[in-house]
Design a binder for this molecule. Structure first.
Ligand SMILES: Cc1cc2nc3c(=O)[nH]c(=O)nc-3n(C[C@H](O)[C@H](O)[C@H](O)COP(=O)(O)OP(=O)(O)OC[C@H]3O[C@@H](n4cnc5c(N)ncnc54)[C@H](O)[C@@H]3O)c2cc1C
Length: 501
């Protein structure tokens, strides 16, 4: 070899060896799955399809990430999400590391018309991010977050959890309004709209999303923002994962600070009716800076409590005056309202909804809390279940309702509250079906008071008609987008918009 060529190649080798990417390549190569034959998979319309060994090997060779097949180390961990009730077995899992991996996986899924699940944080209560017999495109390892404090912008990859986003943005006293449990995925939450403690003051997560990078069903990479593909930008802001796989998001951050007046006042379960009646009125008077929620928790032994929690986004001294009636009401068991760190608050309910426990929940929006609804809840409280049951009211409305209804696909901006009724138990039980039936029966009595639902809290038993009604005037426009970006309904495990082409 000539000396110059040798020096160049030695230098190139030394430089690449120093790059972390090289380590990733090496790790990926070491983690290659042994592909020993064809596999059987299921298509979107439920038929069987064989994926040939050569095709799988070609896919594997194209990835920096990894293919996982049943029986491989890591397969079981990858297919399980937040809700331990969900136990589905994809024919293959593609663990992606970048947009190129996602594109290769989408191309295979489309060419074979496979039943396709897309997983980010894995928090879907209905288990929409995993599938039986199809392909699971797993984004959970793509966890990059970058914050530019000068531009007040945060860029994230789709496997990022809310805790990581808050951790990085709060370093600079910044935040984007998002959910209240730190192990929730930012990707799924954002695509459905996204709301949390800051939303009544500043709006939804999608109201502060600057762009989405997307791989469409055709395997095309697109940027969606106000000027590039604005139709797609509209649809991704509340239309769920119907139009492609988002490979990165950018948020506009708000200079909110780090300390807020927040906390909960707890009352005994015997005062549940009076507390619910108080909350029904209190929440109606709330300014946009206040986000209040009320949770009835009832244990199998008939004991329990009712908590009213508050978060005030403005000056704590002003907040004290706003929450004074709450603190003066009744004879609370405890009251921990005070100035707290946003980062701590954002993790404070994590332990109540641990990952992997078994859950069933139903949710809907409300315009207010009617006396008949309080009666229905009191009947549930008087009839304890063999598991812990919770009924939660959380305020939405405020700034969420003040954004232009037609500017995004998010439905039900005018709702005032969300009610979530559910139960959980730590381990699989033989009685699970009967327990779910009890929760469904309770929901039947709550449902007539609701007006639409949040697509991110669907349980998978909603009809096509109810999804259409829920999107209301936006539905036809969503169908147009679906026809354009996903005409074969590759991305169907979501609040599904059915294509008509
Ligand atoms: C305990 C708990 C607390 C919650 N709190 C809140 C809250 O405070 N505020 C709120 O707004 N919501 C909340 N939610 C609902 C939450 O928004 C949804 O569960 C959401 O789907 C979570 O996103 P994920 O990435 O973790 O979900 P996943 O299960 O990974 O995905 C959910 C859906 O989004 C699709 N999807 C995910 N990523 C992508 C992507 N990159 N491209 C295309 N499609 C994608 C999936 O295919 C699936 O259909 C909560 C849920 C739970 C269980």
């Amino acid at each position: 070899m000539k000396r110059r060529a040798f020096v160049q190649s030695a230098l190139a080798t030394a430089v690449t060896a120093a790059l972390p990417a090289n380590a990733l390549w090496a790790a990926a190569a070491a983690a290659r799955t042994r592909i020993t034959g064809d596999i059987n998979a299921v298509t979107g319309d439920g038929n069987e399809k064989v994926i040939e060994k050569a095709v799988l090997k070609e896919l594997q060779a194209s990835l920096r990430g990894q293919i996982l097949l049943p029986g491989n180390a890591g397969y079981d961990a990858a297919r399980h999400g937040w809700n331990g009730m969900i136990d589905k077995h994809p024919a293959l899992i593609v663990r992606c590391t970048d947009a190129a991996d996602i594109t290769h996986a989408v191309n295979l899924a489309r060419d074979y018309n496979l039943l396709t699940a897309v997983r980010a944080g894995g928090h879907s209560a209905a288990g929409k991010s995993v599938c039986e017999g199809g392909i699971m495109i797993d984004l959970s390892q793509m966890r990059g977050v970058r914050v530019d404090p000068n531009a007040r912008a945060a860029w994230i990859q789709p496997g990022v959890l809310l805790g990581a986003l808050d951790h990085e943005t709060q370093l600079h006293g910044l935040a984007v309004p998002a959910g209240v449990v730190s192990h929730t995925g930012a990707a799924g939450l954002t695509l459905g709209g996204g709301f949390g403690k800051l939303s009544r003051t500043y709006g939804l997560t999608v109201d502060h999303t600057r762009y989405f990078d997307v791989v469409t069903a055709a395997g095309e990479f697109k940027r969606a923002n106000v000027s590039e593909n604005p139709d797609l930008f509209w649809g991704l802001r509340g239309g769920g994962g119907n139009f492609g796989i988002v490979t990165s998001f950018e948020y506009q951050l708000l200079p909110v600070g780090t300390d807020f007046l927040s906390g909960a006042v707890l009352h005994p379960i015997r005062d549940a009716r009076a507390t619910l009646e108080f909350f029904a009125e209190f929440q109606e008077q709330a300014p946009n800076e206040l986000e209040a929620s009320c949770t009835v928790v009832s244990f199998p032994n008939g004991k329990g409590f009712v908590s009213v929690s508050i978060f005030y986004s403005g000056d704590p001294a002003k907040g004290e005056a706003v929450v004074a009636p709450l603190r003066a009401f009744g004879k609370p068991m405890s009251d921990d309202i005070g100035v707290k760190k946003y980062l701590d608050l954002q993790q404070s309910t994590d332990r109540n909804v641990p990952y992997g426990q078994q859950y069933y929940l139903k949710a809907g929006f409300l315009n207010g809390i009617e006396p008949g609804l309080i009666d229905a809840i009191m009947r549930m409280v008087g009839n304890p279940k063999p598991f812990t049951q919770t009924i939660n009211f959380t305020q939405v409305g405020g700034a969420i309702s003040e954004f232009d209804m037609r500017a995004t696909a998010y439905a039900n901006r005018d709702a005032k509250l969300q009610i979530v009724s559910g139960g959980g138990w730590p381990k699989p039980v033989d009685e699970a079906e009967a327990w779910v039936a009890m929760l469904r029966k309770d929901w039947d009595t709550i449902y007539p008071y609701t007006k639409g639902f949040y697509i991110n809290n669907m349980m998978g038993d909603e009809s096509d008609q109810s999804i259409r009604a829920n999107f209301g005037v936006s539905y036809d426009r969503l169908v147009e987008l679906k026809n354009k970006y996903d005409p074969t309904n590759l991305f169907r495990l979501n609040a599904n918009i059915k294509p008509t082409v």
